[in-house]
Design a protein. Structure first.
Length: 386
């Protein structure tokens, strides 16, 4: 530990458990909302979950914006803002996976902040420009992946850079998270797998990230344990409420933990979404074992901790062997839940790697990776992951 001062904060209000959606009207009244905007996407509307939220909001009448893309864009945010203003809304209810949740945060930001989104980029210290004068927001997750319902960041593709841009501020944390695992029971296996690996990756990368934050470290190990023990069961037995509950908590824990930081997996994965339109959690899963191998030289002790958290019998093993066991367990989980072994199965070609690698270096997440990354390292990792 260095002598530097660290600032810790865990302020999120979370209503957790099966049936928690029934508390929505109470929470809206507590926040004083009169005309909330429901921010969601077409898939959530088609699933019937949006109707359940509208019913749970009674007696309030929600305006609806369902135009969020799978990887949210600046255009989505501005379109949502138009609806927010036209309907004279006074708060946000975001419903869905990470995309509607992130879009909802960005809409509430531009509702009261006059600048375009680019100056709020975390790489430009944009959080310093974000004040507390944001409309209230309720985050309701329908996946167990990003944990954005409790997080302080929004990831939006900006028009000016065509890059996934992190906007980060404690003021962006939703006023309350409704975490109801019953809303994830209908999630199909392939999305359960991809979002679940997003949750696992958040916990693993947060634990390995540089910096001093023992509170986040402990939460990350606990989240890793829950994800490793429940992910396969949640994929195969999707109606199991206990597995779904544990995965939702692992997702929440990962999002809380990664305020410490993430790593190279996310810098590599972000361009795969913004450039190639791939699912973020699925690409995280494909990339994770390769980045863990890359990080071995700096992180074997921590990889051993992760092996223990995943329930592996490595208590008496050499540190190097325990680290190998952790990486192999990640590979096993990927096979068990059917995530492709390589990016080529998703359409990524060798010719795309130079442009992807440049984008990966522009992404700030790798700056907290335990092993420093160069552009040639990014090229190598993409090539290994093909």
């Amino acid at each position: 530990m260095s002598n530097a001062i660290s600032i810790f904060s865990f302020p999120t209000r979370i209503v957790f458990g099966g049936g928690a959606l029934g508390e929505l009207s109470t929470e809206l009244a507590r926040l004083g909302m009169k005309r909330p905007l429901l921010v969601t996407d077409g898939g959530v509307v088609q699933s019937g979950l949006a109707e359940r939220v509208i019913a749970a909001s009674d007696p309030l009448r929600l305006a609806v914006f369902d135009g969020v893309s799978p990887n949210p864009t600046e255009a989505n945010v501005l379109a949502g803002l138009d609806v927010y203003r036209h309907e004279k809304c006074d708060g946000i209810v975001s419903l869905g996976g990470g995309s509607p949740l992130d879009a909802g945060k960005a809409i509430r930001l531009v509702a009261t902040h006059p600048l375009p989104l680019e100056p709020y980029d975390d790489q430009l210290n944009g959080g310093d420009r974000i004040g507390s004068n944001l409309p209230s927001m309720v985050g309701i997750a329908t996946t167990a992946g990003t944990g954005s319902e409790v997080g302080r960041s929004a990831v939006i593709i900006l028009k000016s850079t065509d890059r996934k841009t992190v906007i980060f501020s404690p003021h962006l944390i939703p006023s309350v998270a409704i975490a109801d695992p019953e809303l994830t029971l209908g999630l199909p296996p392939h999305l359960t797998a991809g979002t679940g690996f997003d949750a696992l990756t958040h916990n693993v990368e947060a634990y390995l990230a540089k910096g001093y934050h023992p509170m986040c470290d402990s939460i990350a190990l606990g989240g890793t344990r829950l994800a490793a023990q429940n992910l396969v069961h949640a994929v195969r037995k999707g109606r199991d409420i206990q597995a779904r509950s544990n995965m939702m908590m692992a997702s929440i824990m990962g999002a809380v933990a990664f305020q410490k930081g993430l790593g190279a997996v996310h810098s590599l994965a972000h361009p795969l979404s913004s450039v190639a339109g791939l699912h973020h959690g699925t690409t995280n899963g494909i990339l994770l074992p390769h980045v863990l191998e890359f990080n071995r030289v700096t992180s074997e002790d921590r990889l051993r901790d992760l092996a223990l958290a995943m329930g592996l019998d490595v208590a008496g093993a050499l540190t190097a062997d325990a680290a190998s066991a952790a990486i192999e367990e990640v590979r096993r989980l990927l096979r068990e839940i059917g995530i492709p072994e390589g990016l080529s199965a998703l359409g990524i070609t060798r010719e795309m790697i130079p442009a992807l690698s440049r984008k990966a270096m522009e992404d700030a997440c790798h700056q907290l990776n335990p092993r420093p990354c160069t552009e040639s390292d990014m090229v190598m990792l993409y090539e290994q992951a093909l």
